[in-house]
Design a protein around this ligand. Structure first.
Ligand code: ZN
Length: 376
């Protein structure tokens, strides 16, 4: 029997409550008891420092919200139906004892918290998944959110993962978590999060005609730039290089918001992929977080600049620089001087174009100020 239960998958939908549906929900309810018990202790989990007014629960339930997936073996009726003369309580005790023999410790629901407390379209979310006390320890945690991947890195008893909220995506979005255990079993937990929509401003800009209508001879260069950017941003280093909270690369004096719809010389051409911070030519630009410098160079639209890889698919970018003071492959610490403000590429004047990418999706770098990153 232990081998048949190996690989069992439970799907737990949050926000449900431990109800008294036990009698009508056999056999899955008993499985829930055997593996996790009625999680009456699973209550709201506030974000660490920022707190969250949202109810962030992770309660396994006793109703059809717990389902065994089709690809996993589930116990047949012989496992779960009470033998004649056995009442419900003794049946529960029987199942519990069986579970105890198979698993020295139970899988308990995980705490899930996030910042910012009120997520908004176009801004990254950081999820923190917390190991319950006494619960079986997973070997790996994988996440999905808003059609994207959430890569989790471990920091003691918690896992930290960034999720992207693409432009055009809002409303109730679901985080799906898969916990994989040493014996091959997988436990799933979900939470729905309300993401507010954002109104994007439009702006008209006048730039040199070679930037609004690039001449044919530079098309190859533009295509090459894009391909190189894509190759970096769609990749992910396997672990966090980040070691703590983000810091501003320049004082927070915004000259152009992220996501602005940009009309160049009367023609709607693009959306602003960064957050522009004011600065004269030569002003210092600092690393927003610990990471490795990747893909520095001179790009047609972005001018001089490069990316900083923070691990697990999270990158910040620094562009239109007059000087790049670091080299590809170099590790930098939060606050290190990495370049100087300039006016290279497609610009109307000197500034720092600061960008953030999560799982290959451009996000508002300003959101880094509203998230909590706690890594050892
Ligand atoms: Zn910009």
């Amino acid at each position: 029997m232990p081998t048949r239960r190996r690989g069992l998958i439970l799907r737990v939908v949050t926000r449900n409550r431990c109800t008294d549906r036990l009698r009508g929900a056999l056999p899955f309810s008993l499985l829930a008891l055997a593996l996790g018990g009625c999680a009456s202790t699973a209550g709201p989990v506030a974000g660490q420092a920022g707190g969250t007014s949202e109810e962030v629960t992770s309660a396994p339930v006793m109703d059809p919200a717990i389902e065994a997936t089709a690809d996993a073996p589930i116990p047949d009726a012989a496992d779960s139906v009470a033998p004649p003369g056995l009442n419900l309580d003794s049946l529960v005790a029987l199942i519990r004892s069986e579970a105890t023999r198979q698993r020295p410790r139970s899988i308990l629901p995980f705490g899930i918290a996030w910042t910012p407390v009120q997520p908004i379209e176009g801004s990254a979310i950081v999820f923190r998944v917390m190991q319950p006390r006494g619960g079986l320890e997973p070997e790996a945690v994988a996440g999905h959110f808003a059609d994207g991947v959430v890569r989790f890195g471990r920091a003691r008893r918690t896992w930290l993962g960034f999720a992207a909220v693409p432009i055009g995506t809002s409303g109730s979005l679901r985080l799906e978590l898969d916990f994989r255990f040493g014996d091959g079993s997988v436990y799933q937990q979900q939470v729905d999060i309300e993401v507010a929509p954002r109104v994007w401003e439009q702006t008209s800009l006048s730039v040199a005609p070679r930037f609004s209508s690039p001449p044919p001879e530079v098309q190859d260069r533009i295509a090459r730039d894009r391909k190189q950017f894509r190759a970096v941003l769609d990749s992910a280093s396997p672990e966090w290089l980040l070691d703590g909270p983000f810091a501003l690369p320049r004082p927070f004096d915004v000259t152009a918001e992220f996501g602005q719809e940009r009309v160049f010389n009367g023609e709607m051409q693009s959306r602003h992929t960064g957050l522009d911070l004011r600065g004269p030519v030569g002003a210092p630009v600092h690393a927003a977080g610990r990471g490795r410098i990747v893909l520095t160079g001179d790009f047609y639209f972005a001018g001089n600049g490069g990316f900083l890889d923070h691990g697990l698919g999270v990158y910040t970018g620094y562009f239109h620089l007059s000087e790049i003071l670091v080299s590809d492959g170099e590790m930098v610490e939060t606050g290190d001087l990495i370049g100087r403000v300039g006016a290279t590429g497609r610009v109307t004047g000197p500034h720092l174009h600061w960008s953030l990418w999560v799982d290959g999706t451009g996000q508002d770098a300003g959101s880094l100020l509203e998230i909590e990153v706690a890594l050892p």
